[in-house]
Write a protein that binds this ligand. Structure first.
Ligand SMILES: [Fe+2]
Length: 303
């Protein structure tokens, strides 16, 4: 009898912890990325991703509002902001003063399509990032309203676009794609702007075709979200899946990506701030925002 009761009780306790506590245990993670030219002053970049906001998530909104006190130089938002048809005002109120800082964004599938109950087993299956099911659905979330609000406040839309920004005395060049998980990415062959202080690639989902392309085009830094860091992780093992073709060891955090014959790019994958409303659980993978301090190349970095 005990052989059944003990595992069941442990599983129930784990599920209670994951749904009642960890999914709302918002955490600021900090990393240092030695990627700027020699002699550059540091640049502080706040990476937000996968907020999956609903209007009633007051703790998340309050925590997000507090991030403005970090006074980052730049905000990068890698998408999946919405999880409700009426969430745009909550997202804008939560990002608050961050919207008045230099910023850039791309969208993810959860900016376009409202959440649906899915078979959890599908989450464990391999994915190529071109879901025809999504292509057949009508985009029902107010992503154009969100895009207009972000751009009116001054954030730069990187949806299948290049852009450049002057930030705290640094000239930054960007390339972005629409969500690779939906097959919306329109990758081009334009090499990274080597006259900029830094060229950054920004995508929602870190599919290998995107990372390979931007590494081979010379982008020293790539930023993405989507994986939720695995969302349900095992202690001492980590993520079980990444929900894309990235290996699970790079499901979150600072790593590198390198195609043979090219210098490595830094890759930062955010574990994100939220979950689908249908799977409000996180285990051994706290919801996060990340403050990246970019420093001069060859200085000590952190992972
Ligand atoms: Fe997400």
């Amino acid at each position: 009898m005990l052989s059944v009761v003990v595992p069941l009780a442990t599983a129930a306790a784990g599920l209670t912890y994951a749904t009642a506590y960890e999914v709302r245990a918002f955490t600021l993670r900090e990393v240092t990325v030695p990627v700027l030219p020699k002699g550059s002053a540091p640049l502080r970049v706040l990476h937000l991703s996968d907020t999956h906001m609903t209007p009633g998530q007051h703790k998340k909104q309050q925590w997000l509002r507090s991030l403005a006190s970090l006074e980052p130089d730049l905000v990068i938002n890698t998408g999946d902001n919405l999880a409700h048809l009426d969430a745009v005002p909550s997202v804008l109120a939560a990002y608050g003063d961050l919207l008045d800082l230099p910023g850039a964004f791309v969208f993810g599938s959860n900016d376009y399509f409202s959440p649906k109950l899915k078979n959890p087993a599908r989450y464990l299956l391999p994915t190529t990032g071109a879901s025809e099911k999504h292509l057949r659905r009508t985009k029902d979330l107010p992503f154009e309203e969100l895009r207009a609000a972000f751009t009116q406040r001054g954030w730069t839309d990187l949806t299948n676009r290049h852009a450049s920004l002057e930030v705290a005395g640094h000239r930054l060049s960007f390339v972005g794609v629409d969500d690779p998980h939906l097959g919306y990415d329109q990758l081009d062959d334009e090499p990274a702007d080597t006259s900029a202080d830094l060229a950054i690639g920004v995508a929602h989902a870190p599919y290998l075709r995107v990372l390979d392309r931007w590494n081979s085009l010379g982008y020293p830094l790539i930023m993405a979200g989507h994986t939720h860091g695995g969302q349900l992780c095992l202690p001492f093992f980590g993520a079980l899946v990444t929900n894309c073709d990235l290996d699970r060891k790079r499901a979150k955090g600072l790593h590198t990506h390198q195609v043979v014959g090219h210098d490595p790019s830094w890759l930062h994958v955010s574990a994100g701030l939220g979950t689908s409303p249908f799977t409000p659980v996180r285990f051994a993978c706290r919801p996060e925002a990340t403050l990246l301090t970019l420093t001069e190349i060859d200085s000590p970095g952190s992972r």
